[in-house]
Design a protein around this ligand. Structure first.
Ligand SMILES: Nc1ncnc2c1ncn2[C@@H]1O[C@H](COP(=O)(O)OP(=O)(O)O)[C@@H](O)[C@H]1O
Ligand SMILES: [Mg+2]
Length: 380
């Protein structure tokens, strides 16, 4: 592969969070240097990287300095401004490219794209004024979910409409930002697939996994998802189709609902490493982070095989972090901590993984039991 970056090259990563940290660690293992662009000098990613450029995500001077210092640019954070992206892309290769970010930054553009490549979504309608909202509610029905088209994460920027009277309050809370109304999916489970796509168009898709949320934040991932082999294969095929359609070079995470009829509905896309792929660090020969770095560096992609089944649990906020000493003392829990100085409520501080021989993933109740001190709590 002539386009492969040689060892010693520098991978620029925009964003300083845990996804950048784990990508930088994978880059280091492959003999690369990571250079982080972040708003603070001691970000979780900076702590394990060779260099950091500090700047705001719309600071064109800082972005240009950063791009000149690296061999390729990728990101762990997808909300870089369009102008910032164009600027980076004018200086160095940006992988995945600006068009992929533009498509996934906006829920309406994203859904249009998913539908265009044959992926199903819950019914949806763009909402830009109260009249749109009234006609969208009439068309889609209740319950439904009103979401900001941009900058939502961990359930922020969303309101569930259960009765007609909820529409006005939801509009007041979320407008004047552009919005989208989606049918509420009474899902059997939520799943996701992380797919890597190389510079040469080759793909490697990890197995579909099952995601349980708590207060709208990912709580547990079960790998593999407890769904039929046929559905799991359809989910992988859907993720590959979307990644190829978008021309992704790097990673694409595809979040999906399985509805009560066993139908797959794509919820959202993330063109970067994803929280529901953290289990791959411990359960796969090549993790999502290694795949990410290999893809953006133009290296070949190994198969996305899994040597073990796994449960991944996020450590969120001060309460989970307080259990760290016990986690370290529990055999079988594989600990990961992100180096964040302050444990605010709702903040992802780290995660733990527990491995099982293939086929031995515990059932619904067993999953909690195997987490030891982390067994408490409800998620779905
Ligand atoms: N249309 C929907 N029907 C049912 N549940 C939904 C719907 N949209 C979102 N949710 C729930 O809210 C969670 C967060 O929504 P999502 O669209 O993934 O936004 P984000 O992850 O960016 O906050 C989903 O994982 C799911 O549990
Ligand atoms: Mg989501």
């Amino acid at each position: 592969m002539t386009d492969a970056l040689p060892p010693g090259s520098t991978i620029g990563i925009v964003g300083g969070g845990q996804l950048g940290r784990m990508s930088a660690m994978a880059a280091a293992r492959l003999g690369y240097r990571a250079h982080i662009f972040a708003t603070e000098a001691s970000s979780p990613a900076s702590q394990v990287s060779a260099a950091t450029t500090v700047g705001a995500y719309d600071d064109v001077d800082a972005l240009a300095r950063f791009a000149r210092d690296v061999d390729v640019v990728t990101f762990e954070f997808e909300n870089i401004s369009a102008a910032g992206l164009e600027l980076l892309a004018g200086i160095k290769p940006v992988r995945p490219g600006p068009a992929v970010l533009r498509a996934s930054q906006d829920r309406v553009t994203e859904k249009c794209f998913i539908n265009a490549v044959g992926g199903s979504t819950a019914s949806w309608a763009a909402v830009n004024n109260p009249d749109d909202l009234a006609s969208a509610v009439a068309e889609i029905g209740l319950p439904s979910v009103l979401k900001t088209t941009r900058l939502g994460y961990d359930g922020r920027g969303q309101a569930v409409l259960r009765e007609r009277g909820d529409a006005e309050a939801a509009w007041e809370r979320l407008a004047p930002r552009p919005l989208v109304l989606e049918a509420f999916v009474d899902f059997a489970c939520e799943i996701s697939v992380v797919v890597a796509r190389g510079l040469d168009g080759s793909v490697a898709a990890f197995d579909a996994v099952e995601n349980w949320h708590r207060h709208h934040i990912l709580d547990l991932t079960l790998a593999p998802a407890r769904i039929s082999a046929e559905l799991a294969e359809n989910a992988r095929a859907t993720a590959i189709r979307v990644a190829a359609g978008l021309g992704v070079v790097g990673l694409l995470a595809v979040e999906m609902f399985v509805d009560r009829d066993g139908k797959l509905l794509v919820n959202e896309l993330a063109p970067r490493p994803h929280n529901s792929g953290h289990w791959t660090i411990d359960a796969c020969p090549a993790s999502q982070f290694e795949m990410h770095i290999r893809a953006v560096a133009g290296l070949p992609l190994p198969p996305a095989t899994r040597h073990s089944d796994a449960v991944m649990k996020n450590l969120v906020g001060p309460d989970d972090l307080a259990l760290w000493p016990e986690i370290l003392a529990t055999p079988g829990l594989i600990p990961h901590l992100y180096g964040k100085a302050e444990a605010r409520p709702g903040r992802k501080m780290g995660h733990v993984t527990r491995l099982f021989p293939r086929g031995a993933l515990p059932g619904e109740h067993g999953v909690r039991a195997v987490l030891g001190v982390l067994a408490d709590g409800e998620s779905k």
